[in-house]
Design a protein around this ligand. Structure first.
Ligand code: EPU
Length: 331
């Protein structure tokens, strides 16, 4: 375990905010996590993954904890499937690279999403028609209230679009220590999203899907190593059928995806309609290629980013009477 004091969080957040933490600790086992929690019982604490979905709005006068628990091992196998238990600190994309090489299907559509496995399971990351929950069998966590290990089935995690128990009723209570994935040995492709079928044959292997998704993401989304961002800043709003039909009358070309009886509308479209593409506030900018993303052009302050985000939310509401929620968490 390492504990550093008065440390810059610049390398620990993809928005590249140069803020400081009073303490930064990295733990490599549940025992170390327990030790850390005992040592800093009365200190404000924040558990981060790769810091790819948060915005620091100032220095953090407390303990920032990052998991360095990175092991993965198969725990069960049948003719069709393999169960792999993966510790929360492993980078999701490293896992996907490995399982794609092993010809295991299930996670390949989530390729190149930044972040750790544990954080991905908290916020149910998703892309190209798949969500991480689709492959999750079980989530193991440390319960800060009882100071004991606890397990959840997928159903018990209450997964929804970019949402779970760990963001709602379990927020600040559970630290994900490992996730059990069930992956398929037989081809199970999910190519219905967008124009994926144009690039991939129905007999593509997981590595081919992975490489295609990486190419698409590179074209559309900023590389966090080159331009600070936290991916999608907003969630795509879901509106009722009535609301959608009213909008459709006025805006004939409004894109949408049915979700049960409701409709999901791309926030990117709403934001673009309001004229935000490429607009800036200080060093914060609406990304030209994907207006769902706010980027730090180099010297953005968190106030620039918050102010730009608020202006976007207000203008989308004024024009469409739809409230878009942010996906990024403010700290
Ligand atoms: N669109 C525009 N203008 C643009 C770009 C997109 O109007 O400049 C509209 C188009 O109608 C397009 C639609 O937005 O068809 C959807 O765009 P895209 O396929 O790029 O996906 P998204 O809805 O914008 C979601 C996820 C992404 C994920 C992609 C691909 C959310 C909040 N975002 O974005 O996730 O990579 O789908 O599956 O659900 C992330 O969460 O950080 C993230 C990048």
């Amino acid at each position: 375990m390492t504990i550093q004091e008065n440390i810059s969080l610049l390398p620990y957040n993809t928005f590249r905010m140069d803020v400081k933490a009073r303490y930064l600790a990295q733990y490599e086992s549940i025992d170390e996590l327990r030790e850390l929690l005992n040592k800093f019982q009365d200190t404000r604490r924040l558990f981060i993954g790769e810091g790819s979905n948060l915005l620091f709005t100032g220095d953090f006068d407390g303990l920032v904890c990052q998991s360095k628990m990175c092991r993965a091992a198969a725990t069960k196998e049948t003719e069709e499937d393999v169960w792999i238990e993966v510790q929360g600190g492993l980078k999701l994309d490293l896992l996907i690279e490995q399982v794609a090489d092993m010809q295991l299907y299930g996670l390949e559509n989530l390729s190149y999403i930044p972040g750790q496995v544990g954080a991905g399971a908290v916020q149910n990351v998703g892309a190209y028609g798949r969500e991480i929950k689709d492959c999750i069998e079980q989530v193991n966590a440390w319960d800060l209230q009882t100071m004991q290990s606890v397990s959840f089935t997928r159903e018990e995690c209450h997964y929804a679009y970019r949402d779970s128990l760990f963001k709602r009723e379990g927020k600040n209570r559970y630290i994900i220590t490992s996730v059990v994935f069930r992956l398929s040995k037989t081809p199970q492709l999910h190519l219905d999203y967008g124009n994926l079928k144009e690039y991939l044959q129905q007999d593509a292997n997981p590595q081919q899907v992975r490489q295609t998704i990486i190419q698409i993401r590179k074209k559309k989304l900023p590389e966090v190593s080159e331009l600070g961002s936290a991916g999608s800043f907003f969630k795509n709003p879901i509106v009722s059928a009535d609301k959608f039909n009213n909008l459709k009358e006025k805006y004939k070309d409004i894109p949408s995806y049915p979700v049960g009886d409701n409709y999901k509308i791309p926030a990117a479209w709403l934001i673009e309609q309001c004229g935000w593409k490429g607009k800036t506030v200080g060093g914060a900018k609406v990304y030209d290629r994907q207006p769902l993303v706010i980027v730090n052009t180099g010297n953005a302050t968190s106030s620039d980013i918050c102010s730009l985000a608020k202006q976007i939310v207000d203008s989308v509401y004024n024009r469409f009477q739809i409230t878009i929620d942010k996906e990024v968490e403010y700290v």
